[in-house]
Design a binder for this molecule. Structure first.
Ligand SMILES: NC(=O)C1=CN([C@@H]2O[C@H](COP(=O)(O)OP(=O)(O)OC[C@H]3O[C@@H](n4cnc5c(N)ncnc54)[C@H](OP(=O)(O)O)[C@@H]3O)[C@@H](O)[C@H]2O)C=CC1
Ligand SMILES: O=C1O[C@H](COP(=O)(O)O)[C@@H](O)[C@H](O)[C@H]1O
Length: 502
């Protein structure tokens, strides 16, 4: 890793007029600038097709910052670092001009030839851009060259491999920063710290003491304007292949021998390699799917998935997935990892619940009340609230020896926004500093696709006759509950585990 806490670079954003650039990238760069993490030695070169003057582009940057950060301090100064080239990325003749502009900015700002190419565009263009960056000499530079690439990285293992091979013609693996914005979330980064910095947890973090782990990422949003993309993706490719499996890898991995990029990634890869593969016939035992019907969220009626724009009225696409993952290694044999994620659910929440095994005997059992001890839980609140809660049992006040559940909580300040800009801010900063720890290595991408491909093969080839099978605003389809009931467990309800109630 190249450590430099005030990095200098030319940041070339392909897709600079798009949603991601305006909602996440410009505000994140602005925050870095305000925090002094970007000195004056940086320039941003935006690329997109529409014809904009320099002033128009800089105005659009300022507008996005006001809208998404609510701030305007030093805006003119900040926006003066932004440049624009109208350029169709499929048009080979434009790259030479782009290279000349890049070289000029390099000199003007003293950027030492450092270049970050950020692909904030539809994935069909990733390969073409990579090819041109190399063939037209944009990657021939005296400083570092890095490619930051958005999801989705492929549609399945085969297409991901094809894309990877193509990009590797222009960039080495260590120069490719594949974004998974969940890895930029503070509490996802905290999973390792909670595990490896607490004598209380690490000795218990195995199949002797843990009964099951549940990872939930529920959204109230529907598919919005992304019907075209989502119809081909579904929740499995959109959320499970990347974010959900990344969280599982962090929970399941062995302690790395050092806290560096290579060691952490290699332990995550080992965890993903330990996922028990399923045969096509076994998929239904381990994974279930759902699709939302019309319903009510926060008092407002919302439409069914099949009536959303650009969605097939008979769509077979899943908007909900629940699954049981089995990790075949010494630490986790016998401990199911349950995951669930879906759109148009009752609440926006991402949580991890680690359920500990019951103690061998309940000394406090009272046959008159027949109350069972509540299992100990460690709840990691990823979003919207950020923090940790430990659910314990303690003595009820009074003269008897009855027990009552109690909770110990620590909460960070709450943030509730989709794809929190803070995540992008951290990831942008890391990519400029050369810290790839919180980006996904090709080996992780490949293993995740291989795991998910078996499920998609079955789902794409079997029409789900029960769709739509959950109403918007509910907890999802009943099949998800049945998945855990078979094992004698149930989902911990995310609402009742809110940190505010603790
Ligand atoms: N938006 C978000 O919150 C998130 C987005 N992503 C990913 O980020 C990427 C971008 O998404 P998003 O910003 O939403 O997409 P948008 O459709 O909003 O933006 C696409 C951008 O690409 C440009 N563009 C399209 N075709 C060409 C072309 N042939 N040559 C040059 N520029 C072109 C468009 O500008 P113009 O029309 O002017 O050419 C625009 O700037 C996608 O991979 C998406 O999956 C990932 C997570 C979240
Ligand atoms: O990558 C994606 O993530 C968002 C959910 O992100 P979050 O930070 O709000 O949890 C999801 O809405 C989107 O469909 C998916 O592409």
């Amino acid at each position: 890793m190249t450590e430099n806490n005030t990095p200098t670079a030319l940041i070339m954003i392909f897709g600079a007029t798009g949603d991601l650039a305006h909602r996440k990238l410009f505000p994140s760069l602005y925050r870095l600038y305000k925090k002094g993490r970007l000195t004056d030695r940086f320039a941003v070169l935006g690329v997109a097709r529409r014809s904009l003057t320099l002033n128009e582009f800089q105005d659009s940057v300022k507008k996005s910052i006001v809208e998404f950060t609510g701030e305007q301090d030093g805006l003119d100064e900040f926006a003066s670092h932004f440049y624009y080239q109208s350029h169709d990325v499929t048009d080979s003749s434009s790259y030479i001009q782009l290279r000349e502009l890049a070289n000029k900015l390099d000199e003007q700002y003293g950027l030492e030839g450092n270049r970050l190419f950020y692909l904030a565009m539809a994935p069909e263009f990733f390969g073409t851009i990579g090819d041109h960056l190399k063939s037209d000499g944009l990657t021939d530079t005296a400083g570092y060259k890095r490619l930051v690439i958005e999801k989705p990285f492929g549609h399945d293992f085969e297409s991901a491999q094809e894309l990877n091979n193509r990009l590797r013609q222009a960039f080495a693996e260590e120069e490719i920063y594949r974004i998974d914005h969940y890895l930029g979330k503070a509490m996802v980064q905290n999973i390792q710290v909670i595990r490896f910095a607490n004598a209380l947890f690490e000795p218990l973090w195995n199949n002797r003491y843990i009964s099951n782990i549940q990872v939930t990422s529920s959204e109230t949003l529907g598919v919005e304007e992304r019907g075209r993309y989502y119809e081909k993706s579904g929740a499995l490719r959109d959320m499970v292949q990347n974010h959900m499996l990344q969280m599982v890898a962090l929970l399941a991995m062995e302690p790395p021998i050092k806290l560096n990029t290579e060691e952490i990634r290699s332990e995550k890869v080992r965890a993903l390699r330990s996922l028990r593969p399923m045969s096509l016939e076994e998929v239904d035992q381990y994974f279930v799917r759902g699709q939302y019907d019309a319903g009510t969220i926060k008092g407002e009626g919302v439409p069914a998935y099949r009536t959303e724009p650009m969605v097939d009225p008979e769509s077979n696409t899943e908007t909900y997935v629940a699954g049981k993952l089995v990790i075949d290694n010494f630490r986790w044999a016998g401990v199911p990892f349950y995951i669930r994620t879906g759109k148009r659910l009752g609440s926006k929440s991402t949580k991890i619940v680690v359920q500990f095994k019951d103690i061998p005997m309940n000394l406090y059992y009272n046959k008159d009340t027949d109350e069972k001890l509540t299992p100990n839980l460690l709840v990691i609140h990823i979003q919207p609230e950020e923090g940790v809660t430990l659910h314990l049992n303690a003595k009820k006040s009074g003269s008897g020896m009855e027990t009552t559940p109690v909770q110990l909580s620590t909460a960070n300040q709450s943030i509730d926004r989709m794809n929190t800009p803070e995540a992008y801010e951290k990831l942008l900063y890391d990519s400029m500093r050369g810290d790839a720890t919180n980006f996904t290595h090709w080996d992780e991408v490949a293993l995740s696709w291989k795991f998910v491909d078996t499920i998609s093969e079955v789902w794409e080839n079997t029409k789900e006759t029960t769709f739509p099978n959950y109403a918007a605003g509910t907890d999802g389809p009943q099949v998800a509950d049945q998945l855990l009931e078979k094992d004698g467990f149930e989902w911990w309800p995310v609402e009742n585990l809110e940190i505010d109630n603790c």
